[in-house]
Design a protein around this ligand. Structure first.
Ligand code: NOJ
Length: 834
């Protein structure tokens, strides 16, 4: 067996930074390690065993292939290629599963790359690989398969593809078989399998290849055989498919080809899974991708797409894990969240669609530098999902607001065709989360600071219910709504929940939302100042000050900040409580928002280190809840150590990193950052289990027997926030409206680091030296050899600029303890404690 046990530690693969791939060397991982193919409409979520499913645009309404979620065996079915030795009858698959050969005899490698996955297999001197990706411009998944004879004898082989089609609508596929099993059919001609939906005559999928198949199967159970599984399909065992098609039933795509390979000879085959009918799409796509040059250039374009994005910010620091995550994986994950929000994974398998208001508002904040257009598009969708009173629709499908083209036949169809009606989705106050519409204030400002596109503030966008307003007006409504939803003591109401879905304080109060309100107000005040809107600057500055005063008056508990107040008037997150004495959210937001005094913010973070931190990251609360209390919320009914009840919830961890950076405590910031960093858990998969290249929703907390186990990778707010913490606050390079702020906060042991950053069309090669071993503070800043006081001014498009930064002691802050940042850091939300 390929021995990957390191003492008692286990690893299953490694980071290949040169190729930006994670290489899985042994496939028997305890859980599925997934990747995302497709960056626009067509998407496949695929595991390291080629298990997974595809959809186009909507996981709910436009499923292409089927997935048996939470299944046994793990992650089936998938997008598989089988090989059969036609002389011996032995067969195997190019991914370890589904056949599952003894991997001490067959060598398997899976390389998850940026929007592609490559499965490599070496068995009995046949070297084979299956590369899966979705070209940028076509709604088609390509399988680029290569088979080489590495032996000295000629070989006779059969190649079989296999995938299982899904009914178009996932709920019907899972729950209404009297419908799904009689409403979809398959047929074969011209080398193409076509899958059609009888009741939806406009819907088709196809599966094709670049060769003339020797046989095919479109009927799942004919290919697999009775009382068999994908592990031992009868067609592969027999050496030929049965040329099956059917009207009704379960359908698959299997194309079979016989090969003869001389010693050293290689054969390349392309399979294509696409959206549309044979006539309208299949024939053209088949023609296009039968030309191998088109396959190569599509893959090349995809590589360039990611190279371009990743090259916007690259860093070289003394921390290798930090570099790998920032330069490749963290950005990739953050981008993936913007495209698919929360509803396409092995955890959310298609029952919900659209955008989580708070989730996507936060996701977009992280990537305006790499995807400005997508970020803008998402923000417009989100602002359209804001009601005129100012709150956001908690979960909504932006499709609802798009014009419905009247191309469907005027008969009532038995299948579900989404015919959205905007008024159906406008919920009332009962479903309002108190944080939802505050995030977008920061997202819009970050977008404008990144792009310089200040006109965006004036773009007019409708409200979800009635009327319209400029983006600027939308932001005001968010802030005013929160001001209106404030109790007599000046602290914001908790409403249905705040960021923490499981804290349901209703008419009680949320400290986190008050901190957020202050933070969003500071963003807005900076914007108003930049735009010269004096009245708003004054009005919202005063509002921010009122919020800050209320926070300091009402929420300080002597050593840290309370988390809230129940509607019965009981404070939570305070020492006097028996359970839930301290929470991460309020105490990280104290520093992050800039609302707390530096002394209190420091004390709050000290308490976070003392009571909540662990080697795997920071717990959300302590002590865990064990007694149900519906005044506090659902959190009190969650098992201790899981999810919102005392797990190491990943999403708020970077808030603490940012708070430490704002306080100038670089070593502590890095300690927290490194504890959570998935990369650092690569060699302890016996504990972590989940992907080491992806942040997860949570790591199970110390009050649970599975302490350290990570769950729910990929689509989580931890991705964007970790990226923001690492790039804008540890590396400390962040745009303002008028310049680039250079304000690193690092461990004293970092003697130097470099960042290459593209901003508004110019390149900045930033070289930071830290001769005095400080954690924060810029002593000398030079742009192209000239000393600069303050921020780096915007440089010409296309220019390449050398930025030399010498860190060192600058001046002492009021407390006399903390170093201060470089002069000229913009005031307000982007600077916080300076
Ligand atoms: C996951 C949800 O998607 C997110 O909206 C929420 O903030 C966190 N859970 C915490 O409850």
């Amino acid at each position: 067996m390929n021995e990957q046990r390191l003492g008692s530690r286990m690893r299953y693969g490694y980071f290949d930074d040169i190729n930006r791939e994670y290489v899985i060397e042994r496939p028997d991982i305890p859980v599925s390690w997934t990747n995302y193919l497709g960056v626009k409409d067509f998407c496949t979520v695929i595991s390291h065993n080629a298990g997974g499913y595809s959809f186009c645009r909507s996981t709910e309404h436009h499923r292409i292939t089927r997935f048996r979620q939470n299944g046994v065996p793990l992650d089936r079915p998938g997008h598989y290629v089988y090989l059969r030795d036609d002389e011996t009858g032995e067969y195997w698959s190019l991914s370890w599963q589904p056949v599952g050969k003894d991997f001490t005899k067959a060598k398997y490698i899976c390389r998850h790359g940026l929007s592609y996955s490559r499965f490599q297999c070496n068995y009995q001197q046949i070297e084979a690989e299956q590369l899966l990706f979705v070209p940028l411009e076509d709604d088609v998944e390509l399988w680029d398969v290569r088979i080489r004879n590495r032996g000295t004898k000629p070989r006779k082989l059969s190649v079989f593809s296999y995938l299982e089609f899904s009914f178009h609508h996932v709920e019907i596929d899972n729950q209404n078989l009297q419908m799904s099993l009689y409403a979809a059919g398959s047929n074969y001609s011209d080398g193409i399998i076509e899958y059609d939906f009888f009741y939806e005559p406009w819907s088709y999928h196809f599966f094709a290849s670049n060769f003339q198949p020797d046989s095919y199967d479109c009927v799942r159970d004919k290919f697999i055989g009775n009382y068999r599984t994908e592990t031992n399909p009868i067609a592969v065992e027999r050496g030929t498919c049965g040329n099956s098609t059917d009207l009704g039933g379960n359908h698959c795509g299997s194309l079979h080809k016989k090969l003869e390979l001389k010693p050293g000879e290689e054969m390349r085959m392309i399979f294509m899974l696409g959206v549309g009918s044979r006539e309208e799409k299949g024939l053209d796509v088949r023609l296009k991708f039968s030309n191998l040059n088109n396959v190569d250039s599509a893959f090349d374009d995809l590589k360039k797409y990611w190279d371009k994005k990743e090259s916007v910010l690259q860093c070289k620091t003394p921390n290798q894990g930090f570099n790998s995550m920032v330069n490749t994986w963290n950005l990739y994950q953050a981008e993936t969240c913007v495209v698919w929000s929360r509803f396409a994974s092995f955890i959310e398998v298609g029952g919900r669609v659209g955008l989580g208001y708070r989730d996507t508002s936060q996701d977009v904040m992280a990537v305006p530098h790499t995807s400005p257009d997508k970020v803008k598009e998402r923000m417009i969708e989100l602002l359209h999902g804001q009601v005129s009173r100012g709150y956001g629709l908690h979960l909504f499908d932006p499709e609802v607001f798009k014009p419905v083209e009247d191309k469907l036949p005027g008969v009532k169809l038995p299948t579900v065709v989404p015919s959205p009606n905007p008024s159906d989705i406008i919920h009332g106050m009962d479903s309002v989360c108190s944080d939802d519409a505050l995030w977008i204030v920061a997202s819009v400002c970050e977008y404008v600071m990144e792009t310089g596109n200040a006109e965006f503030f004036d773009q007019v966008i409708p409200f979800a219910d009635a009327g319209e307003g400029s983006v600027y007006e939308h932001l005001k409504r968010s802030l005013d709504f929160t001001a209106e939803q404030t109790a007599a003591n000046g602290i914001c109401f908790g409403l249905r929940a705040d960021w923490n879905d499981c804290l349901n304080l209703g008419g009680g109060q949320s400290a986190m939302v008050s901190f957020m309100h202050f933070w969003a107000l500071r963003y807005f005040v900076d914007a108003a100042k930049f735009l010269g809107r004096e009245n708003d600057f004054k009005k919202y500055s005063e509002m921010a000050e009122k919020v800050r005063t209320a926070i300091e008056r009402e929420l300080w508990d002597g050593e840290w900040y309370a988390r809230g107040v129940t509607k019965a008037g009981i404070k939570i997150g305070v020492k006097a409580n028996e359970e839930g004495k301290i929470f991460l959210e309020s105490n990280s937001w104290a520093g992050l928002s800039g609302a707390a005094s530096p002394e209190r913010a420091c004390s709050a973070m000290d308490a976070v280190h003392k009571y909540l931190a662990s080697p795997y990251g920071i717990h959300l609360n302590w002590p865990v809840f064990t007694k149900p209390n519906d005044d506090i919320g659902y959190v009190t009914r969650v098992y201790p150590g899981l999810k919102e009840n005392g797990s190491i919830f990943n999403h708020p961890n970077p808030w603490a990193v940012i708070a430490e950076c704002k306080l100038g405590r670089g070593a502590l910031a890095m300690k927290l950052h490194d504890a959570l960093l998935p990369y650092n858990q690569n060699d302890m998969i016996e504990i972590r289990e989940a992907e080491p290249y992806s942040y997860c929703q949570f790591v199970i907390g110390r009050d649970h027997p599975s302490y350290g186990r990570a769950r729910h990778p990929w689509l989580t707010g931890s991705a964007g926030w970790s990226y923001t913490a690492a790039t804008k606050y540890i590396l400390g390079i962040r745009p303002s409206y008028t310049g680039l702020v250079i304000d690193p906060c690092i461990p004293a042991g970092w003697k130097e680091f470099e960042v290459q950053r593209r901003w508004r069309g110019a390149t900045y090669n930033v070289k930071v030296k830290n001769p005095d071993g400080v954690e924060k503070g810029v002593r000398i800043l030079k742009l192209n050899g000239e000393i600069i006081n303050g921020q780096i001014p915007v440089q010409g498009v296309g220019s390449v600029n050398e930025v030399e930064v010498t860190m060192g002691k600058v001046t002492q802050s009021k407390t006399g303890k903390k170093p201060v940042t470089a002069k000229g850091v913009s005031e307000g939300a982007t600077s916080g404690h300076t």
